[in-house]
Design a protein around this ligand. Structure first.
Ligand code: FRU
Length: 424
């Protein structure tokens, strides 16, 4: 297997590399890139369901959009099972942690609405049971297309396989609330190809998901970001000079880091509606650094492309580490080159005293960052935890050049609209 630079040699752009040297600069607990502590007495949005990845309704330019004054979010959602014998421990108590950890297998897309951009009211499932072709409805993006309320929901249909799909429906408002209608025909768009993006056959732990369509502010064309791994059989990737970067003496040993092969993928639409897509080489690769760059998304600011993606401590390669949280990179043009924000890439991580407090951060163009609560310790030693499955406090962040700064904290699940569309 060739290294990352050789592999994409003949293609129109070279992926930018998040190197091991960059990642060595990650500093957990730097207050400018650390999420404030989430208190263990957080409120729960809804006690019947767990929610995690949160997807605000937006337009193709990235603006979070309300309709007729109603804010709308989509969330990955799973029922809680407090009375199911399967989730009771030996003493007959509800093992909420096991239930929570099993949620990915039964993830479904739900929606919520609000007049205030918080205190979300339960809407329900977006697609009826049986509409989505696979067991799991994984993350994606709801796009408000026009003032008729048409919505394209891009998401990932998982198990069997992992296919980027879309389904069209409509948002309907009344004085009393919001409903989603349609969403009846799911259209498969594409899967990993094995040449640029790793397939399940090449690696049972492959990632291919989380579509984020957008209109490039400069060329006006329709593109889509997604999470992938660099193609090739598991274990065959090379972590060479380019992937290592400029490291100090004693840091050349890459251990087993060839197993970590995350990338941020990009595709371009061949048509105006986004029904026909061509995958392009990744924008960014993290071979030898990290195995997951999830839910990639952009903020377009000051003529620059701010690329954000979430990642975990447990997906880092040998010899490098960092907190669960959101990482970022910036470029002057869509295809790069991208450089890590804050030198390391770390933008907003969990504090080391509460390493799992939040995840799945989504940076909005107004600098607000939403995420969900995973688990928060309830005692000094961290052995007792409270499981979240609900919205975390929103964090306010300033993005300046190649740096970011935490500057504010807001209410739980605060996702205010950036513009309102009056439906015709
Ligand atoms: C992020 C994530 C996404 C995926 C979903 C599965 O939290 O791992 O990448 O779509 O959750 O539940």
């Amino acid at each position: 297997m060739k290294n990352t630079t050789e592999k994409f040699g003949a293609t129109p752009h070279q992926p930018s590399l998040w190197t091991r040297a960059d990642a060595l600069k990650v500093r957990a607990d730097d207050p400018t890139t650390t999420q404030p502590l989430v208190r263990a007495d957080f409120p729960v949005l809804n006690n019947d369901v767990f929610i995690w990845d949160t997807m605000p309704l937006r337009d193709l330019d990235g603006n979070v959009t309300s309709v007729d004054g109603w804010s709308v979010i989509f969330t990955l959602t799973a029922d809680r099972h407090p009375n199911d014998p399967q989730y009771l421990d030996e003493d007959g108590n509800y093992d909420i942690l096991r239930d929570w950890n099993d949620r990915h297998g039964r993830a479904k897309m739900y929606y919520w609405f609000s007049r205030t951009g918080k205190n979300w009211e339960f809407g329900g499932r977006v697609m009826a049971e049986g509409v989505s072709p696979t067991a799991r409805e994984w993350a994606g993006t709801p796009i408000l297309l026009n003032d008729r309320g048409e919505v394209d929901l891009y998401y990932t249909a998982v198990t069997p396989g992992a296919t980027i799909v879309k389904v069209r429906g409509r948002v309907v408002t009344t004085e009393h609330g919001v409903s989603m209608v349609g969403f009846e025909k799911v259209k498969p768009l594409f899967e990993a190809d094995g040449n640029m993006y790793q397939t399940e056959a090449q690696n049972a732990f492959w990632g291919f998901r989380d579509p984020w369509p957008f209109r490039d502010p400069k060329d006006g064309k329709l593109y889509m970001l997604f999470e992938g791994n660099v193609a090739g059989e598991r274990g065959s990737h090379k972590v060479g000079e380019a992937e290592i970067g400029d490291v100090p003496p004693g840091y050349e040993d890459v251990g087993n880091s060839r197993y970590q092969t995350a990338c941020v993928g990009i595709a371009v639409a061949r048509d105006a509606d986004g029904d026909d897509w061509e995958m392009l080489p990744p924008l960014l690769t993290a071979v030898g650094v990290n195995d997951q760059t999830e839910r990639p998304h952009f903020v377009f600011q000051d003529g620059k492309y701010y690329l954000f993606t979430i990642s975990h401590t447990f997906t880092y390669a040998d010899g490098v580490t960092g907190p669960d949280g959101v990482y970022g990179f910036v470029a002057d043009s869509l295809f790069g080159p991208y450089v890590p924000l804050n030198g390391s890439g770390l933008v907003l991580g969990n504090p080391s005293s509460q390493p799992f407090q939040t995840y799945s951060h989504y940076v909005m163009p107004n600098g607000l960052v939403t995420s969900f609560i995973d688990s928060v310790p309830t005692d000094e030693t961290g052995t007792q935890i409270r499981v979240g499955g609900t919205e975390a406090p929103t964090v306010g962040m300033k993005i300046k050049g190649q740096q970011t700064f935490v500057v504010a904290e807001y209410d739980y699940g605060y996702i205010p609209p950036m513009l309102d569309v009056t439906l015709k």
